[in-house]
Design a binder for this molecule. Structure first.
Ligand code: IMP
Length: 218
């Protein structure tokens, strides 16, 4: 009987805590990103929801000219539908020799529906004969947060590397097979998920945002 009372109290308390616990809504439909943010923010005592889990469905046009702008456009659009904290990210690949292309157009480069085999080969072709020291590139990630009082916070982080001579690796996604990091002497498609999250633009930008949210009392 005593056990029953304890369990009842525990479950009542849990419900009360859940009611006062702040929620973070991450403006993405991408399950990999959701897993990464849940892992990184796990110790924040915040409920982390995707847009879908929060019951928000929006088609947002990313028409900014920088990663920071696009992340804020997404976060603000979702924040207009909720009083919870909203986070959104925007990321992409900058190749120095190509004047930082594809940049904010990374997903749309050569058309949204074009396969990454084709996109990656096109970049390799444009860099044919270019020596390693001029093949520098980076993945960039900006994270924007809109707080319940409307204040906007933004973090931006990169992972520096270079475009290899040919694609390698089966892990990751997008431009990973042609993006090489000196630290591991391989492409980011050859790293495990844990290795990549530790050094990636998104992992670093999420951890910076977590620090910033802490400074704002969350
Ligand atoms: P978004 O931030 O989800 O809009 O992603 C933009 C695009 O940037 C992706 O579709 C990929 O083409 C590219 N991208 C961003 N991060 C990565 C990464 O970690 N690996 C490979 N490609 C990436």
């Amino acid at each position: 009987m005593l056990t029953h009372v304890s369990i009842t109290n525990f479950s009542q308390n849990k419900k009360r805590i859940q009611r006062i616990m702040k929620k973070i809504i991450f403006a993405t439909g991408n399950q990999d990103k959701m897993r990464e943010i849940r892992e990184i923010m796990a110790d924040m005592d915040m409920e982390i929801c995707s847009m879908k889990e929060a019951g928000i469905s929006l088609d947002i046009e990313e028409n900014g000219t920088t990663f920071e702008e696009n992340a804020q456009i997404k976060a603000k659009a979702v924040a207009a539908c909720t009083k919870d904290i909203v986070l959104a990210d925007d990321s992409g690949l900058e190749v120095d020799y190509l004047n930082k292309e594809p940049g904010v157009y990374s997903a749309r480069y050569l058309g949204e529906d074009t396969s990454y085999d084709i996109k990656n080969q096109a970049i390799l072709d444009r860099l044919k004969g270019v020596p390693k020291e001029q093949r520098t590139a980076r993945f960039v990630c900006a994270i924007a947060a809109v707080l319940p009082d409307g204040k906007t916070l933004v973090t931006r982080e990169t992972i520096e590397g270079y475009i290899g001579e040919c694609p390698a690796g089966e892990n990751g996604f997008g431009y990973d097979p042609i993006f090489y990091v000196d630290e591991y002497h391989c492409s980011t498609a050859e790293l495990t998920e844990e290795q990549k999250n530790e050094i990636s633009h998104r992992g670093k930008a999420l951890r910076s945002m977590k620090k910033l949210l802490h400074e704002y009392g969350f």
